[in-house]
Design a protein around this ligand. Sequence first.
Ligand code: TMP
Length: 213
Amino acid sequence: MTGQKGKFITLEGIEGAGKSTVLEALQAHLSASGIPFLCTREPGGTPAAEQIRELVLHGIEEELAPDAELLLIFAARAQHLRQQILPALARGEWVLCDRFTDATYAYQGGGRGLPVERIAQLEQFVQGALRPDRTLLLDLDVSRGLARARDRGTSDRFEREARAFHERVRTCYLGRARAEPARYTIIDAGQTVAQVRRDALAAIASLEPRLTA
Ligand code: TMP
């Protein structure tokens, strides 16, 4: 299914962990290195998937059932994969994605309490064998993350969840990262911005093509 030639890098973390700053640093680095890339996000990344994002993040008057939320997120992902991610990887571009399926395990699994097996089935159905080559987890204390997110002003359905929800999200992310250390790099997002950027660049260095003598 994948025909993958480029590298697939995802960024994860609780609200306010600082993903945008790291994405900027990674984009600047790839541009300077002459590596072609696509920078995108989930849920979203195509017009249809962005409409689903709007529904999932901001809702409508009717309460969204957790199962419906899960299916909408995977519907957006299926569209995003076929329209954007898989073609880019097949062309040899790197893909930098602001959140991916680890977020579904963390938010819909950890946060909402949906069964992990159900998420794993959908992951297999929608993605086949495709998994990120590297996942950078920006780890931060929940109080600090929520305070930073609040400072941004607007709030979505997830940001309005109770602190305990975000603690479960963080715990789930950390559990997944520790279970799969070859794919994940945990970055302490409480460090200075300069140090977080350095750690992020170090985390992708081993994926880059080496010049042979
Ligand atoms: P953000 O990209 O601005 O952080 O917002 C995306 C929100 O969507 C964030 O609160 C996490 C949530 N989300 C899920 O709940 N499940 C998912 O699978 C993804 C990709 C995001």
